[in-house]
Design a binder for this molecule. Structure first.
Ligand code: MSP
Length: 471
C-alpha cells in the first residue's frame, strides 16, 4: 500500500463549466479509483482558480463585486464536480486566506531566484499568458485561441529566473523523474524549455488588483499562474507542514494547452523550494465539438448537464473515458454519443448482464467463493495512464463473454441435462463478468456496483435494463 497524490487543473471561474472541463476530472477520478481498488491510499485535489485579470474584467463587465462573482461561479464548479461523481478528498479555492498566506511564504522562499525588471511585450488576458515577440508576429498580433488582439504591456515586474533550473528540469525530464505523457508532448516541452526565457511572475497593482499581494512590495500582485500552481502544495499545508508523505504527486492531470506552465514554471518553483518535481504530468487532448474548438461565439458549446440528463452519469463517464482518447483531441457529437450508448452500453453490456443473470436464475446457478483479480494487461495500461486503451481492453472482454455464450450455448446444456458442464460453463462466465465489473469500477462505478450485486448469490436479473433504450 502506498500514498498516492492525484491532482487536477483548477479551472478559472470566469464562466460556467463545459464538457471540456470534465476531462481532467474524469481522468483523475478514474486514476484515483483505480489506486483505491488496488489498495493505495489516495489523496485527490480539486479546486478553482479565482484570481487574475480575466476574472476581474468579467466581474466588472457584469457590475458584480468580484468576490461575489467568484463565490457564485466556484459553487457552479463544485456542483459540477459532484455531478460527475468525482470522489476528491480535498478542495481548494485560490481565494482561501490560508492559500494566500502560504503563497506569500512560498514567494519569500523563492526570493533568491526572483529579480525585478522591466517588461516590454505582449500579453493575452484570455490565456493569462505573456507572449514572445515571435508568437506576436506569427499570430499577426491576435491570439488564435481567443480571437482578441494581444495587449501591449510596458511595466515593472518580478521575474523568476528559469535559467537557474533549466539543467535540472531537463535532467528530470530525460531521466523520467518527471514523466511527461504522452511522449510527443514531452518532445515539445524539451524544445520550449531550451528557449524559455525567465518568466514574469507579477503585475503592478495599478494594472491588476485581483491577485495575491507580493510580500514586502505593496505595488505588485502575483501573476495568476504562480498563485494557481502553488495550490497543489498549499493544499497539503506547504510550507508550514512537512508534505513528504504526499509529495511528489503521483499524477497531475492537465490539458495540453497548459502543459507548458506545469512542465517549466512549476518544476522551477518546486526546485527553488527544495521540493521534488511531480512524478508524472499527464497531458490530455482537447474535446472538440464536430471537429471544432468549442466556443461561445461559434455556438457549439455542449452543456455537460444535458449529456448527463439524457442517459445518466455512467453513460457520460463511459463516453469521456473510452471514446475521448486520453491523449489525442477527440470529438464529441450527439450522434457518436447515442451510438455508443445504444450499441455498446445498452447492447454489449446491458443485454449481456440481463441475459447471463436470467440464465443463472433459471438454472439455479450458485457461485462459490472466487478470486476476482485484475488482469495484468489491464493493470499495465492503467499504470501507464492509458485509460481509453484500458477501457477498450475491458470492452474486448465483454464482447468475449457475449461470444462465449453464443458458442457454448448454456441453454442447450440445460436442455440436454448436462448439469456439471452447465454449472462449470455458467460459473466461468459469471467469474468473467465479475472480473469485468471490477475493471469497470474506476470508469463507471455505479454500473460496476450494480453488476457485482446482480451476480452475488442469489443471482437476480435486474428488474429494469441497466441502460434502457427508450429514453
Ligand atoms: N486556471 C488554469 C489552470 C490552472 S492549474 C494550476 C486553466 N483553467 S481553464 O479553465 O482554462 O482550464 C481548466 C482545465 O480544463 C485545463 O486542464 C484545460 O486544458 C481543460 N480544458 C478546457 N477546455 C477544454 C476542452 N475543450 N477540452 C479538454 N480540456 C479542456 O487553464
Amino acid at each position: 500500500m502506498k500514498n498516492v497524490y492525484i491532482t487536477t487543473a483548477i479551472p478559472y471561474v470566469n464562466g460556467v463549466p463545459h464538457i471540456g472541463h470534465a476531462l481532467d476530472y474524469c481522468l483523475a477520478d478514474a486514476c484515483a479509483r483505480y489506486h483505491r481498488l488496488i489498495g493505495d491510499n489516495v489523496r485527490f485535489q480539486a479546486g478553482t482558480d479565482e484570481h487574475g485579470g480575466k476574472i476581474y474584467q468579467k466581474a466588472q463587465e457584469l457590475g458584480i463585486p468580484v468576490q461575489e462573482y467568484v463565490d457564485n461561479n466556484a459553487k457552479k464548479f463544485q456542483d459540477f464536480i459532484h455531478e460527475l461523481g468525482v470522489e476528491y478528498t480535498d478542495y481548494i479555492r485560490t481565494t482561501d486566506q490560508k492559500h494566500e498566506k502560504l503563497c506569500q511564504e512560498i514567494w519569500r522562499r523563492l526570493k533568491d531566484h526572483i529579480y525585478l525588471n522591466k517588461y516590454d511585450g505582449w500579453y493575452c488576458t484570455g490565456c493569462e499568458r505573456f507572449v514572445t515577440e515571435k508568437e506576436y508576429t506569427d499570430n499577426h498580433g491576435i491570439c488564435p485561441d481567443h480571437q482578441k488582439p494581444y495587449e501591449k504591456l510596458s511595466e515593472e515586474n518580478y521575474y523568476l529566473r528559469i535559467s537557474d533550473f533549466k539543467k535540472q528540469i531537463r535532467e528530470a525530464i530525460d531521466s523520467n523523474e518527471m514523466m511527461i505523457l504522452p511522449e510527443f508532448r514531452k518532445k515539445e516541452i524539451i524544445r520550449l524549455l531550451d528557449k524559455s526565457p525567465d518568466v514574469s511572475i507579477s503585475r503592478p497593482r495599478t494594472q491588476l488588483t485581483w491577485g495575491v499581494p507580493v510580500p514586502d512590495d505593496d505595488s505588485q500582485v502575483m501573476y495568476v499562474w504562480i498563485d494557481a500552481l502553488a495550490n497543489y502544495i498549499t493544499l497539503l499545508g506547504f510550507p508550514d507542514e512537512d508534505i513528504s508523505e504526499w509529495w511528489p504527486a503521483a499524477a497531475q492531470f492537465v490539458g495540453k494547452d497548459i502543459l507548458r506552465f506545469h512542465a517549466i514554471i512549476w518544476p522551477a518553483m518546486l526546485l527553488g523550494l527544495g521540493l521534488p518535481v511531480p512524478s508524472t504530468l499527464v497531458s490530455h487532448g482537447m474535446v472538440l465539438a464536430d471537429g471544432q474548438k468549442m466556443s461561445k461565439s461559434i455556438g457549439n458549446v455542449v452543456d455537460p448537464m444535458d449529456v448527463i440528463a439524457k442517459h445518466g452519469l455512467d453513460a457520460f463517464r463511459y463516453f469521456f473515458l473510452r471514446h475521448i482518447d486520453t491523449f489525442a483531441d477527440s470529438d464529441f457529437t450527439w450522434e457518436k454519443f447515442e451510438d455508443a450508448y445504444n450499441n455498446e452500453l445498452a447492447n454489449d453490456l446491458g443485454n449481456l448482464v440481463q441475459r447471463l443473470a436470467t440464465l443463472a436464475k433459471k438454472n439455479k446457478i450458485k457461485m462459490d467463493e472466487c478470486q476476482v483479480e485484475l488482469p495484468k494487461e489491464y493493470r499495465t495500461l492503467m499504470d501507464n495512464f492509458e485509460f481509453s486503451k484500458a477501457f477498450d481492453y475491458v470492452w474486448e472482454r465483454i464482447q468475449g463473454i457475449n461470444k462465449r455464450i453464443d458458442d457454448e450455448k448454456p441453454w442447450t446444456l440445460a436442455k440436454n441435462g448436462e448439469t456439471d458442464k452447465l454449472n462449470s460453463c455458467m460459473r466461468s462466465l459469471i467469474h468473467e463478468i465479475l472480473i469485468v465489473s471490477k475493471m469497470l469500477t474506476p470508469f463507471i462505478p455505479n454500473t460496476a456496483g450494480k453488476v457485482e450485486a446482480i451476480f452475488t448469490n442469489p443471482i437476480e436479473p435486474p428488474l429494469e435494463p441497466l441502460f434502457p433504450k427508450d429514453r
